[in-house]
Structures are given as structure tokens and as C-alpha cells.
Write a new protein. Structure first.
Length: 126
């Protein structure tokens, strides 16, 4: 019984972590055209005492910002360039798909553990 409840806890923590990851991916996509925007990366950690997944600190991607040529932009320097963002839509869409699939997998585990727990309670009631 305790194992089933622990499975519920693990899968719920996984869903919460993937939800946070998807939120940051959507922020990255929303800011793809924001000058000077650094992509946000989410790290996952295991809670030592429970073994559940927790979201670690959000890290800003320090890769090179794209140089955008637009001499009419007020942010442009004397060469007509300004710093764009380092968000790649293809990477963000792949991350969003992976987060969605991981969330769905955790949801299936949660639902399966819930059904098994309900079945166990039904057996114990008889």
C-alpha cells in the first residue's frame, strides 16, 4: 500500500516538474524576438529525503546572442547591429514536446497507481 502511495507522490512531483519546464519553454518562445533575451533552462533535482523530483534553480543560457542587422532600430550600434535573443524555436518546440510526453507518462503512472489503490480498497472492504 505504501508503495502505491509513493508511486502517486513520485508521479505527481514529475508532473509538477514538467509543468514548470513547459512554462519556461513557453516563456522562451514568447520572447524569441525580445532583444537581449537569454533562454531559460530548468534543471531537475532529486529530493534527498523523499526521492521526488524537484525543480532546481532556473539557469540563463549564456550562449552567444544572435546579432541582428537593422540599422533603423533604436538599439542598433554604429554598424547597424543589435543583440537579439539566443532562443531557437526548433529547440524550444522539441523541448516542449519532450516535456509534454514526460508529463503524459507521469500522468499514466499516476492514473495506474490510483486505479490499483482503488482496487485494493475495494478488496479490503469485502
Amino acid at each position: 500500500m505504501a508503495d502505491l502511495l509513493q508511486a502517486l507522490s513520485y508521479s505527481a512531483s514529475g508532473m509538477a516538474a514538467q509543468s514548470s519546464r513547459l512554462r519556461h519553454v513557453s516563456e522562451n518562445i514568447a520572447n524569441v524576438d525580445t532583444p537581449g533575451y537569454h533562454r531559460k533552462l530548468v534543471s531537475f533535482q532529486e529530493a534527498i529525503d523523499t526521492g521526488e523530483v524537484t525543480v532546481g534553480p532556473v539557469i540563463l543560457d549564456q550562449s552567444q546572442l544572435a546579432k541582428v542587422y537593422d540599422p533603423g532600430n533604436p538599439l542598433a550600434d554604429e554598424t547597424g547591429h543589435y543583440d537579439g535573443s539566443n532562443v531557437d524555436l526548433v529547440v524550444e518546440l522539441a523541448d516542449a514536446r519532450e516535456a509534454q510526453r514526460s508529463y503524459e507518462a507521469n500522468l499514466k503512472v499516476f492514473d495506474q497507481a490510483r486505479q490499483m489503490t482503488a482496487g485494493l480498497f475495494d478488496i479490503l472492504r469485502r
